[in-house]
Design a protein around this ligand. Sequence first.
Ligand code: UDP
Length: 369
Amino acid sequence: MHIGMAGAGLSCAVIGRALAEDGHKITMLESRTHVGGNCHTERDSETGIMVHTYGPHIFHTDDDEVWDYVNRFTTFKPYVNRVKATTKGRVFSLPINLLTINQFFGTTMSPDEARNFLEERADTSIVEPKNFEEQALRFIGPELYEAFFLGYTRKQWGKEPTEIPASILKRLPVRFNYDDNYFAHRYQGMPEHGYTAMIENIIDHPNIEVHLDTKFDPENVQDYDHVFWSGPIDTYFSHKFGRLQYRTLDFERSTKEGDAQGCAVMNYTDEEVPWTRITEHKHFSPWEDHDDTVIFHEYSRACGPDDIPYYPIHRTDGDDILDKYQKAAQQEEAVTFIGRLGTYRYMDMDVTIRAALDSLSEWCMERGL
Ligand code: UDP
């Protein structure tokens, strides 16, 4: 079959590779001038440091098959994400752990003492948290919530935490020990040569043809036996039911000598500070040596029609427009919608690969392939 793909990010790469290995011919049209979507990495032209062009990406997973998959295409270096947060002139460790709690409250509590201490502050009248704020007040109480989550979340999402689902806060653990690993997964690492090199290896197959700087026009779907669409689902339908909401990010790049902040990611959780976080990219490659350093101040804002969409904005009160697009998508027999933008989901890289593999198996089963 001749398969068309809108996009050359992780989802299309994984599906394209599998179909190419099965003998299908793949044509990938990518509107940007590089593959890899928002995972794209490149060497900074001035410092030579590998930068995460669209913001920090750390690979982590509990899925053996996904971990084996990525290791087939690149070498991963050990990397553990340890995030710091600045609030009111002090620096703390994230995710919230015993060090954060003891430093914040000026205590020397043991794990059990800290657990009881937070439980006393928590709002136990909340049985099933219905939104981000309730989730925070139920499990960490008002002080930590206000210091670490309220301001950051308002900046990041442009909404009140009561309007955002609890699932977004559930991404972050709360630990009653001194483990400051941001993720609780068994596998974690950084691709030695960056994510773009890994994705280039995935799509490096004689049956895959990639056209960069080329938009996929939905009117051309009939040129293919089937199309996998990883662009925004509302763009495919020419926004006929209205525009879905996304957040976009702006990055302000600057360079310095030496080490600017001593860690890869420093969050700024106070609302008065306009950026959400500063990423210092050389700390993502601790095995490399660089005299200079490059940092990105990261700002979040509503995504306009010409901006790059990053985060789908999920609402606690449901989304009629999304429902309409999802129903319309089901009617499109010749098109499968995939990935973060095609399915309008907040997805980490490992989940993206898992979803791509699953979506392909389903597609093959339906066709008896
Ligand atoms: N968050 C926060 N303060 C922080 C870190 C995260 O309030 O210092 C909230 C914020 O709403 C964010 C969510 O937790 O969107 C999930 O955080 P994560 O670090 O997973 O975000 P990502 O790195 O995917 O942007």
